[in-house]
Ligand binder design. Structure first.
Ligand code: APR
Length: 241
């Protein structure tokens, strides 16, 4: 039984690939997960990009193509409704690079692992901003170069070995939240896997929603087993009426 929120509660929502599973986007570590068909080190590291930018762009272009065919599901809409009810007492941090939270109407959100539909310069020191980009790059000659520094452009996603985005804002929100709602993430990838411990240190109540227990299950006060699209609409009603 989930307690209704009080007018003092601040909710931090962390989502992972599971929240988009019912939209038809594969998770990473499930039976037909994205990492089953690829070696992470071949497609999700800066070294892999340097070694074979064409192959990396083909991988992300395929994901862009798939992304264009999917729609937000009941879980994304339920979280947007929770945001509407709470206003600035709501914060959403997603590990997902898809745009389905935005599609459902979420506004107070950060993409800690970047955005599939954005492109940026591959040179770390270059100050060119990431830009919206739906194009597909299947051949090396098509890959654009930076107008400022001439380096090759890359997908605006956080690869293994890189620091996730917006961490200052995330840590601040973890410090002030009183409820942490985590949805559809296996709890194995850092730093997101440690958010529950950080929030608990500040006495937040931690709830997990997903069809199976996450690896960091021990840190949650409550685990609600089920698909996000089936559990969240009812849970949001219980939380905010
Ligand atoms: N509703 C909720 N959760 C679901 C659903 C669903 N319908 N279907 C699957 N899940 C859960 C699985 O039980 C699993 O715990 O979603 C989780 C998906 O886990 P992962 O595939 O490990 O994805 P995630 O935790 O988001 O991965 C974290 O790893 O490779 C990196 O950068 C990538 O952001 C990603 C990060």
């Amino acid at each position: 039984m989930i307690q209704p929120l009080s007018s003092h509660d601040r909710v931090f929502v962390l989502t992972g690939a599971g929240v988009s599973a019912e939209s038809g986007l594969p998770t990473f570590r499930g039976a037909d997960g994205l990492w089953r068909g690829y070696r992470v080190q071949d497609v999700a590291t800066p070294e892999a990009f340097r070694a074979n930018p064409e192959m990396i762009w083909q991988f992300y272009s395929e994901r862009r193509k798939r992304h264009a065919t999917v729609m937000a599901n009941a879980a994304h809409f339920a979280l947007a409704k929770l945001e509407q009810a709470l206003g600035e007492r709501f914060f959403l941090c997603t590990q997902n690079v898809d745009s389905l939270h935005e599609q459902a109407g979420s506004q107070r959100l950060v993409h800690m692992h970047g955005r599939l539909m954005q492109t940026r310069c591959s040179r770390e020191s270059c100050r060119t901003k990431p830009f919206a980009d739906e194009r597909l790059y299947m051949q090396r000659a098509e890959i654009p170069t930076c107008p400022q520094c001439g380096a090759m452009m890359r997908p605006h996603v956080c690869w293994f070995g890189e620091v996730p985005y917006s961490m200052d804002r995330i840590f601040e929100q973890l410090r002030i939240c009183s409820v942490l709602l985590t949805v559809g993430t296996s709890g194995v990838v850092e730093p997101a896997a440690s958010f529950v411990r950080m929030a608990r240190m500040n006495r937040a109540k931690a709830i997990y929603v997903g069809p199976e227990e996450p690896a960091n299950r021990a840190f949650f006060d409550a685990v609600v087993l089920g698909k996000a699209g089936e559990v969240l609409p009812g849970m949001v009603k219980e939380l905010v009426g």
